[in-house]
Design a protein around this ligand. Structure first.
Ligand SMILES: [Zn+2]
Length: 130
């Protein structure tokens, strides 16, 4: 690969050829919605599509999920995703059309997975470090 590319693209046509990840500067395919290297969202599609935006949110918390070595992180995750899960539940309870039922379900599922992962990881880390 050529390494004479500027670190930041100056216009849209440059971005078409190869987009550099805003986080780790890894070159990605123009069609890529997420960085292959670090999973950072790259396209406006990634930031706006409902499910992918959940994924983008998850990217922010991924580090916390993978390494929740302090209780405050676990508490924070429960506050954030507990609220998200409750909102999802409320969506399902009040939802009159399929879209809100589906949206609520996705949010609830996503929150549940994140919290399960974080909690399990936290307990593992606590166990290992005595
Ligand atoms: Zn990246």
């Amino acid at each position: 690969m050529p390494d004479d590319l500027p670190p930041f693209s100056s216009n849209e046509s440059d971005a078409e050829e190869r987009q550099l990840c805003v986080r780790c500067l890894a070159p990605n395919q123009p069609s890529a919605h997420f960085c292959l290297d670090c999973g950072c969202p790259l396209s406006s599609y990634a930031a706006t599509a409902p499910f992918e935006s959940l994924f983008a949110e998850g990217h922010l918390y991924r580090q916390a999920v993978e390494c929740p070595y302090r209780p405050i992180i676990l508490i924070g995750m429960w506050l954030i995703f507990g609220c998200a899960g409750l909102a999802g539940l409320r969506f399902i309870a009040n939802g009159e059309d399929a879209a809100s039922l589906f949206g609520g379900g996705v949010v609830l599922l996503f929150s549940g997975i994140i919290l399960t992962k974080t909690t399990r990881r936290f307990l593992q880390l606590r166990h290992h470090h005595g």
